[in-house]
Ligand binder design. Structure first.
Ligand SMILES: C[S@@+](CC[C@H](N)C(=O)[O-])C[C@H]1O[C@@H](n2cnc3c(N)ncnc32)[C@H](O)[C@@H]1O
Length: 289
């Protein structure tokens, strides 16, 4: 077994003072961590807030909007980063044939159990969507809840290649992004919390959070540094982009998508900071042969 490296106070301070390099990765991944992914599942399952998954009211609203874009009564739908399967279940009840992909083991296990208990015929795959190899099978691919914004540029391009390959000619891709109405330089003040046990760990920890703005790349890094009771530090860095209509047209058309449309006000009005005003939905078509 590896012995964790104990950091000196100086190491920790130097680490906290350093601004991350553009697109630097953290030392750990939140979604697939066995402990954190269970905490995340609890958050997904609360129907009333927007943490991990949007509120059930917003999800229903979004599915009705997706359904209004449908060009066929019965579509083959691929839901990337499907989480516990809320969109997959609604789309199945509307008569579509849905495949959900997510790399969190717990979440996929929960979604699969739900589908079995509710007698819904949904295929769930525990897979990283950076490594998909479907070919011309789906009528619609969805990537919902700002997952597009948090992909690094090379990951975003890989996911778009995979989505394009997975779609039939004329098939549709739908995603939502943070637009430029939330200024990309909106950085939260530094914050910290000390817990006996909580979201990041089952044992005592100190969590420090700081945002860093990179205007040239229209991206903000949120770095969480988690110090455990042995003074080991993990870092989780999330890069969140703002995309304008021009940015989306460029990244989607380079990958072979056409007829790119943007939709404002898809989500119902709400007072939270990520709302119908600053989230734009995009619909793009895989060019027909
Ligand atoms: C913000 S949650 C949204 C879940 C779902 N779309 C919803 O809105 O209810 C993002 C989900 O994407 C999954 N995810 C993130 N990166 C992924 C990847 N590279 N491959 C597969 N799943 C991924 C996470 O495990 C998580 O369940």
């Amino acid at each position: 077994m590896e012995t964790p490296v104990k950091m000196t106070d100086r190491d920790i301070i130097m680490k906290l003072m350093a601004r991350p390099r553009l697109y630097e990765k953290g030392s750990a991944v939140m979604w697939t961590d066995p402990y954190i992914s269970n905490r995340l599942l609890e958050l997904h399952l609360d129907p009333d807030h927007d943490i991990a998954s949007r509120s059930r009211q917003k999800i229903e609203h979004t599915v009705q909007w997706i359904q209004a874009q449908a060009r066929k009564e019965r579509m083959k739908v691929l839901d990337l980063g499907c989480g516990p399967g809320f969109y997959a279940e609604y789309m199945t009840l509307l008569g579509h044939e849905v495949t959900g992909v997510d790399f969190s083991v717990n979440t996929v296990r929960y979604a699969t159990d739900q589908a079995r208990d509710k007698k819904l015929n949904i295929t769930y795959l525990n897979q990283n969507y950076l490594h998909l190899d479907f070919k011309e099978y789906f009528d619609l691919v969805i990537l919902i809840y700002l997952d597009f914004c948090v992909l690094l540029p090379e990951e975003r391009d890989q996911v778009l290649t995979n989505i394009h390959r997975a779609l039939k000619p004329g098939g549709l891709f739908i995603c939502d992004v943070l637009n430029e109405k939330i200024p990309d330089d909106k950085v939260a003040p530094r914050s910290w919390e000390a817990q006996e046990a909580g979201f990041w760990k089952a044992t005592p920890y100190l969590a420090l959070k700081e945002d860093f703005h990179f205007p040239e790349a229209k991206v903000t890094a949120t770095r969480h540094t988690i110090l455990d009771h042995h003074c080991n530090a993990d870092t989780y860095i999330f890069w969140t982009h703002n995309y304008s209509r021009e940015d989306m047209t460029e990244v989607l058309s380079v990958k072979g998508f056409s007829d790119i449309k943007n939709f404002e006000n898809v989500l119902p009005d709400s007072a939270d900071s990520w709302n119908s005003q600053n989230i734009t939905f995009y619909l793009a078509e895989k060019k027909k042969l």
